[in-house]
Design a protein around this ligand. Structure first.
Ligand code: ARG
Length: 473
């Protein structure tokens, strides 16, 4: 059995109705300062605004407010210059830490700031401020990856590659079109990040523990001063709500999933079987045994770390499932998955951006693979369609020709005209000229298609959209 301390290690947040102090083991178990200290800058910002609100409500005199504000500045300064101060603090959580420090500097006045408010609304407010800022940081990280993809797409304009479905050769596309497809997914991620920041953009302060504040405070002004778009609409909901954290984790989980797809493509493309890209030395590793190896570890780790980010979303969903309304201590479990997923995603995006920018396309290999005549089978069907055949029949005819060519052990494009005419009288000598890679690429000349002119336009459009993203420097 662990010994019970005489009193809580660092001043009291509660305890009037208790005979005995908490068990030391339990005290350590319920502490959150080790991770919620990350919320300290937001906590201090809320405290400053709350000091003003208490002065307006007649709880603090002007001098008391000034002393409190000066001390909050001192705490902020010391926390930055002397991080060990936080390391050795026995505080229960970030709210307790600030209160203890205020009392240390100010004596009993230090206790006054926690008038008319609850840690329930404080933690919800701090955490919302964190998520808003985190989403902006993430937006910048996503923008850097998009920029790397678009830059590569611009440099690679004109390089054909085999487009695949089911990992089977399907139709030729441009390598730039492939890169822009990935960029498009990350563009959508920016919308999800904005949405998460928008759900977080309501200020709980003034909600009290659950019922609202009994003092005359201006919730609209408090929200504004803290940079929120609005105060929350219902005090009970404000204590319970962690949707903003779920929204952020969902946005991160989708980003990670997109990164894993990009990773898988690049791992395959770097393999000897494909050889479409050359792995950059800076983002690859060697084997301790096999001297020839250059491994796509950056991409493999990105693919592998995706699980951590998606798991964070599952973790918070599992925490929230079945909770009743209002604040429950379970909610303290909300922060670690968000911090972990955020840090992981920032690192993943930075590595992905670096690796994309440093990768070199192997044009010769891609062109050779894209020149597989099988990729032109759809073009052959279109040739028959242009000569009046219904597409269904054209598809059937070309399918039979491909099978015959396979039997003869040749590409279908090498069969002589007389053989082709046995399958359809619509074939003529111009068929062979029509059947080429450039024609196939030029075919899908629609917005969003792989025709070279369209892809060039898409590169330009992506650059403009990138410039228009609201990315903070
Ligand atoms: N450390 C707590 C958390 O992160 C702060 C709120 C505690 N509130 C309470 N009523 N025990 O959730």
């Amino acid at each position: 059995m662990s010994a019970a301390p005489k009193e809580q290690p660092a001043g009291k947040l509660w305890g009037g109705r208790f005979d005995r102090a908490p068990d030391e083991l339990f005290y350590q178990f319920q502490r959150s300062f080790a991770f919620d200290r990350r919320l300290l800058p937001y906590e201090l910002a809320v405290d400053r605004v709350w000091a003003h609100a208490l002065e307006s409500a007649g709880i603090l005199t002007i001098e008391e407010m000034r002393d409190t504000l000066t001390t909050l500045d001192k705490i902020a300064e010391r926390a930055t210059s002397d991080p060990a101060w936080l390391d050795i603090s026995p505080a229960e959580d970030v709210h307790h830490f600030v209160e203890t420090a205020l009392v240390e500097y100010l004596g009993p006045l230090g206790f006054k700031l926690h008038t008319g408010r609850s840690r329930n609304e404080l933690v919800a407010t701090d955490f919302r401020m964190f998520v808003k800022e985190a989403a902006h940081e993430m937006l910048a990280a996503v923008a850097r990856l998009i920029s790397a993809l678009v830059g590569q797409a611009e440099r690679a304009l004109g390089i054909p590659m085999p487009g695949m479905t089911h990992m089977q050769h399907a139709q030729p596309i441009l390598f730039s079109h492939f890169l822009l497809a990935h960029a498009e997914a990350f563009f959508r991620d920016t919308v999800r990040l904005d949405a998460a920041a928008a759900t977080a953009d309501a200020c709980p302060m003034g909600s009290g523990a659950l019922a609202g504040c009994a003092l005359d405070v201006d919730r609209g002004a408090i929200a504004r001063e803290l940079g929120f778009a609005r105060p929350t609409a219902n005090s009970l909901d404000a204590a319970s709500d962690r949707d903003f954290a779920l929204d952020y984790l969902y946005a991160l989980a989708v980003i990670a999933t997109h990164l894993s797809r990009l990773s898988e493509d690049f791992v395959l493309f770097a393999s000897q079987e494909f050889g479409f890209i050359v792995l950059p030395d800076e983002f690859s590793t060697g084997s301790s045994l096999m001297p020839q190896k250059k491994n796509p570890d950056a991409w493999e780790l990105l693919r592998g770390k995706t699980g951590r980010v998606t798991a964070s979303l599952h973790t918070l969903l599992a925490t929230l499932k079945g909770l009743p309304s209002s604040y429950q201590r379970d909610l303290q479990e909300d922060k670690e998955p968000v911090f972990a997923a955020h840090d992981q995603a920032v690192a993943m995006l930075a590595v992905a951006a670096g690796a994309v920018a440093a990768t070199r396309p192997n044009e010769a290999r891609m062109r050779e693979a894209a020149s597989d005549p099988a990729l032109l089978a759809t073009e052959a069907a279109h040739y028959l369609v242009r000569r009046g055949a219904p597409f269904r029949h054209a598809h059937e005819i070309v399918g039979q020709i491909v099978r015959e060519a396979e039997r003869l052990g040749k590409p279908f494009s090498a069969l002589p005209l007389e053989t082709l005419c046995k399958f359809s009288p619509l074939f003529a000598a111009d068929f062979y000229g029509a059947l080429n890679l450039d024609a196939a690429l030029a075919g899908p000349d629609v917005a969003g298609g792989t025709a070279p002119g369209r892809v060039r336009e898409a590169v330009m459009a992506a650059k403009q959209r990138l410039a228009a993203l609201q990315v903070k420097p």
